[in-house]
Design a protein around this ligand. Sequence first.
Ligand code: NAP
Length: 338
Amino acid sequence: MSQKTAVITGVSGQDASYLADLLLEKGYKVVGTLRRTSDAERQNISHLKGKIIFEYADLIDSSSIEYVINKYKPDEVYNLAAQSVPADSWSHPFYTGEVTALGVVRVLEAIRKFSPQTRFYQGSSREIFGGVEQEIMNEQTPFLANNPYGIAKLYGHLMMRNYRESFGMFACAGILFNHESPRRGLHFVSRKITTAVACIKLGIQNPPLDESGKPLVRDGKVHLGNLDAKRDWGYSKEYVDAMWRMLQQEKPQDYIIATNTLYSIKDLCRVAFEHVGLNWEEHVVSDDEFKRPTEITASRGDYSLAKKNLGWEPKVSFEELVKIMVDADLERLSPKSN
Ligand code: NAP
């Protein structure tokens, strides 16, 4: 069988870098797109140098995407690039719309024009269900996105479907619930917590800055938003396998990818701090600055369709995931590894 080629947009991101690892293991030729502004030394992709092809492409710039699709005419495209931070989307609604909504159409159009046989995966999000009052969500749950990020993702999701229906493209989406890992960006609450745990445990004097530009740990405390918010949290490294499986099916179909469990941010704090022998209540502050203007509902994802059709199910538990992340941050920040 000839070698398959895959293009992954946003390869410096958490999921894309794990997906690149997976596709390399499977023998693919992998092309990963970066923004010109991306720092190619970033930890998520430093190990990929020399193993994958890097190309510059920005989801705002159609010509840069068309160039990559036309050059490689890939078997598969995984669109994982996005303005992916829901909390930032209220302050950057236009940019979020340009990248996270219209960016999807730019990739779809490039495929339609230059490589219509390419199979397309869209990184959709549970945020497209927003405020639906439903404890367990599945592929039939109605869309009720309630923040600019979720609304942009919903536009991308519906346009992907429209290209599937209008042009017969092999296009599908994973509707992923939250997923984390040691490669998660520091703007996200899970990684803020595990990095703060490592900084406090190791007595780091110059912690990284949080999204407000202040030190992540101040007076021995990390500042978070709503501690009672609940999420269905899985492990990114496992979720990228589901993406690949979706593109190997006979017919394109959208799937919920989740763990069907629910934990609060307090739970995450407790597990993370206890893992290093600390009491989370002494080190965590709930700060209005980090609260969302509107919250999504506390819902978990029913992944039974993915289990049935794709043979996919999550294996790493919530507690194991948090410990993996704390251990990785301890290792990364410990003086001997610097
Ligand atoms: P991530 O780590 O934040 O990665 C996002 C990537 O997009 C980065 O490589 C970033 O590049 C790139 N990017 C941002 N703006 C861009 C632009 N204008 N043009 C091209 N690239 C751009 O995201 P993730 O957590 O891996 O998530 C992957 C995808 O799944 C995203 O679309 C996200 O919205 C979606 N999703 C994530 C979750 C989750 O819980 N992680 C859940 C559901 C859906 P730079 O490095 O240059 O910033």
